[in-house]
Design a protein around this ligand. Sequence first.
Ligand code: GBH
Length: 454
Amino acid sequence: ITRAPATVAAASDAPFVWGVSTSSYQIEGAAAEDGKGPSIWDTYCRQPGRITDNDTGDVACDHYHRYAEDVALMKALGVGAYRFSVAWPRVQPKGRGAVNEAGLAFYDRLIDALLEARIEPWLCLYHWDLPQALGDLGGWANRDCAFWFADYAALIARRYGDRVKRFATFNESSVFTLFGFVMGGQAPGIADRTMFHRAIHHVNLAHGGAIDVLRSLVKDASLGIVHNIQPSRAATPAAEDVKAAALFDAYWNGAFADPQLLGHYPALIADLMEPWIAAGDIARICRPIDWFGLNHYSPLYMRAFDDNPIGVGWGAAPDSVPRTSFGWPIEPDAFRDTLLHVSKRYGLPVYVLENGRSNPDVVDEKGAVNDPDRIEFLKSYIGAMNQARAAGADVRGYFVWSLLDNFEWSSGFSQRFGIVYVDYATGQRIPKASYHWYADLIRATAPRPHSAAS
Ligand code: GBH
């Protein structure tokens, strides 16, 4: 059989991994089932007006009950890996103390099904659904949270470390701290600069502590962190906007990755962080890890803005830049540049753990979902990734966000990011055209170990 030539040339002999990503609160549902405790997102969604149409993740994709079908979809897709997150309050309802066996058993079933399908599980410990009981104690603004997180990491390591080797500590720490404590739009939804700075530091401590725990408890562990790195550009040439974009860059791109991997806070925020740093903290935070997980969608356009705790707000991209239906700029060149930047700055193998776009997808008369815009987007971004690889970026994998349409945080179910359509009324899954396109790409580029020998 001859296929179109692979669009991906291997930059090295290391096998390149194709995957898909999801997160617990966005797909699982079963928000109060089998002993799961509430998370700060369960609480936040119940505050009227926070979420588009006042949607919640109570049911979402019902993945908690339909995980076997979702694993079958991934198997047919041909992905080698699946990144998911564990809902901390599902396995430890109050975030510390008693564990919930029924919740732990769910991830056993999921992991076993993945292994059976020969899909490598990539387990992320934290994708934003903090147990509400810890939120009540100040959440990430409370330094103790870092140590509760280490205990949770130990629970996960002991339970799944025989079968799971790939672990990430946090997904997009800059996003959940900035949106949660500064910009608005995410739980806990408190605008407070001091809490924000404390949260940054405590998440960093939690990361370092969890890395140590995972390293000591999991044999042959491969450990990483997931950051959303986006160039922060000034929305206008005005000096105050240029300054605002630089400050935002320090928070968004540097406040976590730099201390974790380089051992210091970015210069622009070092003085602000100083009051929260205790002796020995930087050494606790900066622990050796094995890879850098990169989420990337678009560059940022920022401006000076008086009315929030850091004085930086959202600007707009130039009119000439095309956008998704979510309004996000489509700029694959920025992705290429970001991959080169991250690879060089941190010197780690890079895995793209999220990339994709939302689209107003609909089911047509034939029951199919055609999403040519998403295919175009994925083509151009994967093309940009390959340019970065050809230019020397050590990129080892690419995961589409997302396997399924899902609960898009403050936008509720109004934004569809899946390569599989979900009918929320019935739970029915319909693979979109982009799913079939991605399956073909994977088939055309995956290493075929058996054919080489003959
Ligand atoms: C990720 O966050 C999350 O990890 C995931 O849970 C989420 O579902 C997914 O992406 C899709 O949103 O208006 O042009 O300035 C993404 C964080 C932060 C990315 C804001 C885009 C600005 C777009 N996003 N960002 S723009």
